[in-house]
Design a protein around this ligand. Structure first.
Ligand code: FES
Length: 366
């Protein structure tokens, strides 16, 4: 036996290669395995920290940990206050990001600081005040031995007998009822995620007589813009457009344009393959949703010769000469077509809303 082996045996090493422990129960982590050609390096010897030997330093560390936990609690409470008090529309200018929602900024920052200081406090506590002696723990079977299991079952059955739950069906049923409804509040509070969309995803701002506004003529503040006349759309050209309602949508603009953006193209009526498309267009001008039916990117890459419209995100390609049919890519539905005509002043207007929901197919089922 080597000197090291002798030492381990003195400290509690057994014949199965178990861990050596000193008189304080601290493991040294040197594990002997018979026939192992590599020497187990074991664990570093324990060196006391300043907080182990200096009570003043330990008290100081304790206060620092407490301060971090207090900071975490304060930020969590401030998070709840910010959630209810900061208006949704408030904006803050934050360098270097720029203008951001004050509510999002406050909630993100406060929750981040709360979680960070809680974690930092726990780590600092562990590193300075908790014991830092490492010791390996032997694995042991997870299952209890048969006798313990039999005793547990017997005790459970005795408990059932003592409770009288079998003899008192009224208590049993009301208990089951109360346990059944107990998880429901967790579902109920999901209502707070906002009102259900109901059928709002099926409709856009387009309606009969809604004038089509050329995006290129819209003022910087988005409140004025010019309608499109048929003569403005030449064969082969592509016009990005929006409904007139978008000019006065205010803070609902993003919701509105996300569903109502359209593209106008003009092609030789002889190139249009479908009678329905001809009826829904005007003298070869047809309007299609600009929102890809795959996952909603704006489609805007138009090939004049083939009348193909390409989505730059995942290359879905739609044939605008045949009802916006998908001819390539992952989109599962045709681009919805907006039926158009002209009003008394000669401007292009919608005949009605889209007949199919716009955007990703998920919306179709919304
Ligand atoms: Fe258009 Fe994916 S979003 S192809």
């Amino acid at each position: 036996m080597t000197a090291e082996e002798t030492n381990l045996t003195e400290l509690g090493h057994d014949e199965h290669g178990a861990v050596a422990v000193d008189e304080h129960g601290h493991g040294h982590g040197a594990v002997e395995v018979a026939g192992d050609p590599f020497t187990d390096p074991g664990l570093e010897p324990h060196a006391p920290r300043v907080t182990d030997i200096d009570e003043k330093a330990a008290k100081k560390a304790e206060r620092q940990v407490a301060l971090l936990f207090l900071l975490s609690a304060a930020c969590t409470i401030a998070f709840m206050v910010a959630y209810t008090e900061i208006p949704k529309t408030a904006i803050v200018d934050f360098f270097p990001i720029g203008a951001v929602s004050a509510s999002n900024f406050a909630l993100g920052t406060l929750l981040g600081v709360a979680l960070f200081s809680l974690g930092a406090g726990a780590i600092y506590w562990a590193r300075t005040l908790m014991t830092d002696v490492e010791f390996p723990q032997e694995r042991h079977p997870l299952a209890s031995d048969p006798q313990t299991r039999a005793e547990a079952i017997a005790e459970f059955q005795q408990g059932v007998e003592d409770s009288g739950i079998k003899r008192r069906p009224l208590i049993r049923r009301t208990l089951l009822l109360s346990l059944t409804v107990l998880p429901l509040p967790a579902l109920w509070i999901l209502r707070d995620l906002g009102p259900l969309p109901e059928n709002t995803l099926r409709h856009t701002a387009w309606k009969a007589g809604e004038r089509i506004i050329n995006d290129n003529t819209v003022s910087l503040d988005g409140t004025t813009g010019q309608g499109v006349k048929p003569e403005d759309v030449t064969i082969g050209s592509l016009v990005s457009a929006r409904p007139q309602a978008a000019l006065s949508a205010g803070e609902d603009f993003n919701d509105l344009i996300a569903k109502s953006a359209v593209l106008l193209v003009r092609m030789d009526p002889a190139d249009i393959k479908s009678q329905q498309e001809r009826d829904w267009g005007y003298q070869g001008i047809v309007a299609f949703s600009k929102i890809c039916t795959h996952v909603g990117c704006p489609v805007a890459l138009y090939e004049q010769q083939t009348h193909h419209m390409l989505c730059p995100c995942h290359q879905s390609t739609f044939d605008l000469s045949e009802d916006g049919k998908v001819i390539f890519g992952p989109a599962a539905r045709s681009l919805p077509q907006l039926p158009i005509t002209v009003d008394a002043d000669g401007y292009l207007v919608a005949q009605r809303d889209f007949d199919a929901p716009v955007g990703p197919s998920f919306w179709e089922r919304g």
